[in-house]
Design a protein around this ligand. Sequence first.
Ligand code: ADP
Ligand code: MG
Length: 749
Amino acid sequence: PVDRSPEIQEARLKLPVLAEEQVIMEAVRENPGVVICGETGSGKTTQVPQFLYEAGYASDGQIIGITEPRRVAAVSMSHRVAKEMNLPPQVVSYQIRYEGNVTSDTKIKFMTDGVLLKEIQKDFLLKRYRVIIIDEAHERSVYTDILIGLLSRIVPLRNKKGMPMKLLIMSATLRVEDFTDNQRLFRTPPPVIKVDSRQFPVTIHFNKRTPMEDYTGEAFHKTCKIHRMLPPGGILVFLTGQAEVHNLCRRLRNAFPFRKNNDADSSEAMRKFKKAKQKKKTVSLPRIDLDNYSALPVDEGDEDREAGIGDEEDGGSDLDIGDDVADSEEKADPSIPLYVLPLYSLLAPEQQAKVFRPPPPGTRLCVVATNVAETSLTIPGIKYVVDCGRVKKRFYDRVTGVSSFKVTWTSQASANQRAGRAGRTEPGHCYRLYSSAVFGDFSLFSEAEITRRPVEDLVLQMKDLNIDKVVNFPFPTPPSTEALVAAEQLLVSLGALEEVKQIQQASLSCPITPLGRAMASFPVTPRYAKMLALGQQQDCLPYVIAVVAAMTVREIFEDLDRPARSEEESSKLTQRRARMTQMRRLWAGQGAALQLGDLMVMLGAVGACEFAGCTPKFCEDNGLRYKAMVEIRKLRGQLTNAVNAVCPAVGVFVDPKMTPPTEHQVVCLRQIVLAGLGDHLARRVQAEDLLDPKWKNGYKTPLMDDPVFIHPNSALFKRLPEFVVYQEVMETTKMYMRGVSAVEAEWVP
Ligand code: ADP
Ligand code: MG
């Protein structure tokens, strides 16, 4: 029996999913798989695990597992459910890539989808679990799709072996045909239970004009206007990325300053927080199981998740406050304070938790968010939504592998999902910063992520699960054959798969090699995994691990090239830029080390930062992103464990006082890097080819017609070696190679 507090009990009863408890539990009893659809906020994530728990699905030593595409959701939902059920975190726990609080007493485990994928590698039958819930399936994240494909096989297998297991797929939209009407996935389509949502009408207001550039400015003006003119109710603003979110937060705070006159309040909170922390220490240290990580780094910081369908209510426009592109900057008005909070994936959990608490008395809540607020998290009390209509996504060119982050229009389904956030507690309003004509041109839905990214990592993971013919895998939406062939070829060239000589080209059934198995156990992309596998030579492993960790964690340097927002900031930026240039030069090393280029800079940065204890101050002073450095530190630990697990004889450990590599080791490192990045080779354009000025200082790659370049921030910018390998090509103002290191002409294959 669960002992819930009266307040919790009351709040639960208001959730639409409660009305369906019996229907859901009956369907679960009678079917191996069930699909549950319900609007965001209807109570799926917080309540369904509780239904299962109360029905005894977590007795007999087995547990209930719930996967989330985002770490934020895994952590915050485990806390919420623990609180609702009045159970400690040892029982309702979470596991994300680097951390978790799972114990032997855990009954309900929230985790990222990557974590479960990794567990399948260790135990294909997932014997620990009685039920797996795949949450946010409508987002169609790659791991979610793969997990559903795998579980479609695991569940019948378990039933056949007399160890029954249930699969629940939960979606915020009704668009679930890819799962239900897919004969290859489920021969008998799973029943779909629709949770009626108590969605209040949301009036949509389109802009007459569509600002093409400064939508953050437009969001600012719209938010100010709502705050000045419209009745109480929280505001939720959707922007595309972290920098925009902070920028708008700052402007709004300046316009409607909220003075914490009752400082007691915040110090009280601080005191409680500290106390909670102390308590946690004495009661139970979170158990960090470094073996239990996601298979691959999840690109959560990209904010590139998408959503599906939602309902839209068209209605009167009595609250139409008009377009106001040309308004001047607001004057500070402390008489109507606005309580402004940012929300995005990489925000620290204590910061994120703030959005669930009521705003201080006398203020209005305003949350400025990326699309994490679209479906994963429900923020209470939102009456107004301001939607910029855009989303930031990573794009890959399937042929060349060039990637770029682009802000593009979102889909209609996604925009409707955003609008729906305004109608959870009472009728609401959604202000779209674009015209209805522009909306009409949006695509209806967003594509499944698996169709728009390279798949070599997935193919390797699948081969490691002995799925030799990956084309036959029951993908909810299969990647293109082209992408599968490219992946298989790359893996063959890395030695992870054995080439099968066949008359038909592209057999797509190459078996995995022992090297491939070792590579699959490293939680990084196959190119980097290859480097780790070779790292034993000449005691290079600690360096390879550090470099791979740094290459895997994106953007280790702060972006100091950004335009300054004030005179004062400008001079500060200039100073910091100078310091960073100086440090980069220092970290690039001397003599032979110089040839390692940007990778040596990364190695130097990681070494220096660890030496200094990885403090925020050191990072700040030297232009390093503190969060990235902390992540690198964790990844180094994780990779070190993974290497030791594959090959205990090497006994590698993380040395916080790592000395720079010797000249000999540098040569060795460069060859290891070449072995991993061999297909990312570029050659400087020869003088005789220089007919077209666009090729000046350009490099030629095998797959691209256009030149690629070394970035001015690169350690090799002034050297322009004849041959280089690069980590990736990123299109920004130009096609720039990132993570460049030089290759000796005689090594070139
Ligand atoms: P769904 O998964 O269907 O989108 P959830 O189960 O996440 O719905 O949310 C149900 C309700 O629980 C929402 O009204 C939400 O506001 C509330 N809720 C979720 N997390 C928290 C939290 N940490 N604090 C307070 N309320 C929360
Ligand atoms: Mg949910």
